[in-house]
Design a protein around this ligand. Sequence first.
Ligand code: CO
Length: 134
Amino acid sequence: MIGRLNHVAIAVPDLEAATATYRDTLGAKVSAPVDLPDHGVTTVFVELPNTKIELLLPLGETSPIAKFLEKNPSGGMHHVCYEVDDIIAARDQLLEKGARILGDGEPKTGAHGKPVLFLHPKDFSGTLVELEQV
Ligand code: CO
């Protein structure tokens, strides 16, 4: 069912510092920061030859990554995103196998303007999993 790794998301307490690390220390191509108010994050996209890294900074009072950063003050890996061809078919197949979908179970528009869903970390080895229809 899952296809390519679309991105790995890393929550960071200082977006400028993290961007500089990826750009200057690691020599990667980085985007300008993008505010995604619907998702409560500001994102910098790091382009790698085979995938992307998304640096996430909390945006607004109710950011879903604020708690994560409280527990991980220096930042950390927040989620991985796998591509699927048909997000509704993927969701139904996962539900059938007993996996839990976060939220109301309906896909939302993700950071790349495509439908996404998040799966419960407890069902996937402690890792928050995002599915993105491509
Ligand atoms: Co993501």
